[in-house]
Unconditional design. Sequence first.
Length: 675
Amino acid sequence: MTRCATVTCRAKPCASASWTYWCGLVDRQVLANKSSNMTQNMPAPVDGRLPHVYFGHLAVTNYSLCTTTSLSMTNISSFVAFMRSHEKTNTWFHTPGTELFGKSDDMDMCPCLRARMAYSEGGSLADHTAGDRNGGTISIDCAASTMVGLLSWKFHRDLPATRVFAFGTSKETATVPGPTIFATRGVPTHITWTNHLPPRHFLPWDRSLATARPRTGVPTVVHLHGGVQQSTSDGHSMAWFTSGFSSTGPHFSSPAYSYPNEQPPGNLWYHDHAMGLTRVNILAGLLGAYRVSDPAAEAKLGIPSAGGEFDRNLVLFDRDFTRDGALFMNATGNNPTVHPQWQPEYFGSVVVVNGKAWPFLRVRRRRYRFRILNASNARFFKLSLSGGLRFVHVGSDSVYLAKPVATDEFLLAPSEMADVIVDFAQTAKTAEAVVLRSDAPAPYPGDPGEKADTVAVMKFLVARNPEHDPSAVPAGLMTRYPRPDVREAVRTRRIAMYEYTKKGTDEPTHLYLNGRAYTDPVTETPREGTSELWEVINLTDDNHPLHVHLAVFAALEQRSLRSVDEFRECMRGSASGGAGGRNDAKACGLARHLAGGRRHAVPRQERGLKNVFKVRPSTVTTLLVRFKPLEEENEGKGRSGRFPFDVTAGPGYVYHCHILDHEDNEMMRPMRIVR
Ligand SMILES: [Cu+2]
């Protein structure tokens, strides 16, 4: 038996606390945190497995041993039961007898910015700048809100307002998520991003990571995910700046960004990308949706496409809250002696849609289009609808599919986007509500065969009366995009994913791509106008959503490795601690390990062009990555695969895992495009 912890509380000693199984672990954590209670401490692994509570399903906070006079816990289940009974986080949401949506919010239309350019339902450009190819100019602030005043955000109407970081054109109009930006294809948007964040972060940032190091203030920089823009406007993680530009990162040049929007219509999003603190800045609220529209082309499809009541963005993320409605993030790292605060994944037990916890939306008995973004740090959503309703996918990430694809459920990793049609006329005549729900394990995919609890996402209250629906889903969508052709690849690159743990524990310390730190010299230098095959080798137990800036790609194949332990061992070589390693897939017999490996079908709705792809553990995933603009066939003649800007200028681009907690701990690498 381990030595019992001496735990003292502020008010009185916990004399009768009896820690048997747990005491040694508590001891270590308490010492690490130098805390007088168990505030934000989580148990260490037991028998090599992390208890359920670790992943935030219970999300214990402000947890004091003094809340009870006698504790005797000999096993994990009683510990969990104790945690549960004294849980203070999310208490309001989990009050027994509270019907999930019984007191939730009616979801408003999201605020939007139309970049001085609007268009009519019929598809023709309208507004005072019609025909003006100089586009619109927006100045967007990221501001910190406080507990009082106009800047605070209520994640639920019955919870107090709380502190967030938010985007808006002014303090008064800042929202979480930020306003949806409507851009028009070929009409550039100019956005000046300004930073009004406070001197200190309110979430655990963890300066022990390779992170931005300002003299003072909270760094931020904005990346337009899915956007095709020069790297000076791409939000390079080292182009960060603090309030008043008092500190700037080494790649900072200007806060005035230009987005050409010379790309096919689709769904994008903008979010913080500051080095080493993206996970806390996005968790605090620095994100928003962005659309590129092609009114003439989209009007032909017959599906809602101009925004408005029947064409909605749904921005999903998971969060935990304290009793007073504040955002909660565990502040003790899993390896506190290495990284005092960093945790390998953030999971919250409350689902927030468009800034409201478990909201409802009143819908009419007809088709709706939902552009669904998973803006979580690490949570995967496996989405389905009650009442036998299906999703008809029309787009995936930033690109339309060639043909609609119907599914009963689908998996959405962090930063993936699904563009779906839902027809509420197909639900039973007597049905009054449809629930959007998810049942993906967290972390994903979890243990083999793990079955996750179903969690609610939001609820649709369906109008009683049927109505005429002028929309239709066409047989074909954007059929003129080039089909992926493996013969166009000019070379093959291998990208191996590694996770490193602290000796003697199963706890991650950091994650690398190809055994290299983020700041190591650039190794990926694709040539403009070409395509490359990327064989992404996942040597970890997690599914990592890989995102490549600037490019779109097609997932061609995903195949399991055989004898993966042996292969991993060889790839790591002697450098088990991290940097370096052998990282030579050919020498380690990649072909032999792939021979006869199970092939995993790419889901039909993901067979188009994407910018995020879910790389399964112990597989090799082959992507055909395009380093040239996407254009319809017969268009873009004479440009010979050139981007409409100097793609070699500026600090360059990056590719990374889009689990934000991984990205912040070096699962990211630089990329330079050459000519
Ligand atoms: Cu990852």
